[in-house]
Design a binder for this molecule. Sequence first.
Ligand SMILES: O=C(O)CCC(=O)C(=O)O
Length: 276
Amino acid sequence: MELDKKFYAEKGYLIFKNFFTAEEMDTILLDVLKVFSIAFTDERKNDFLSLDNLEKTELHLFELFERDSELFIRLGKQCQHLISLWRLSTSKKIENLLLELGLEFPNLSVRPSMFFNSRLLDKVGHYWKLGDHQDWRSSQGSLDSVTLWYPYVDCNVELGALEIIEGSHLEGLYECSDVEYYSKINDELIDESKYESVEMEKGDLLLFNSFLVHRSGTNSTRRVRWSSQLRYNNLLEESFVRRRLPNPYVYKPFEELVEPGPPSKQEIIDYFKTVE
Ligand SMILES: O=C(O)CCC(=O)C(=O)O
């Protein structure tokens, strides 16, 4: 694949049309729906088996979120660990793209993420819409680290297309304040007029340097914006090696039982009787 590296160096991002096949996208989205279908025991479960009427399935999701937001969040967390999502994130296709860009030893900097962005699926108020930030602030990785952002459905401005500031990666690391799980760049440092929306079709891929300033667009529809972000470092990049390859993510189990009532000894014995 021919990469416009000059454009990338100046602007801080690249867009690849039809990078993924529809099948690659559908496989993951269907797995996500399969996870959420576990919350349903009635005839609605069938609506989660295909993408034919995604709008209707999304209505079931809104209903689940209203009825049992804790279960919704737990299922959402399971979606972050889908084998199909991780398989894509470690595919040859992506590895080759990163190598082509010049990341000599690409490595995942954090686990892949699956977003289902809608104000109707957010009780906190800002989870559905991340403000101005640079991914480098949380990943603290290599100079040439990148984020790959792609939607599972066509994503226009109304659905909340990602917004970026071209060339902002060359401004270095911005001052910011903590907003729960991400660090928002201080308002006075951002020139609103410089933001551009990146409208994308299903299958398209946006690649940007982790210093590029970006934020969520505003999903003004009653539809869900399904998308993922994959993030990579270059383990051989000089400044990263000089900074002794930090990894700032904390990943550890909750100390208490999250749900009371662990499996009983009898349940375990019964399960192993079925193993042949
Ligand atoms: O997809 C979005 O709306 C924002 C995602 C994002 O900027 C991020 O996770 O760094």
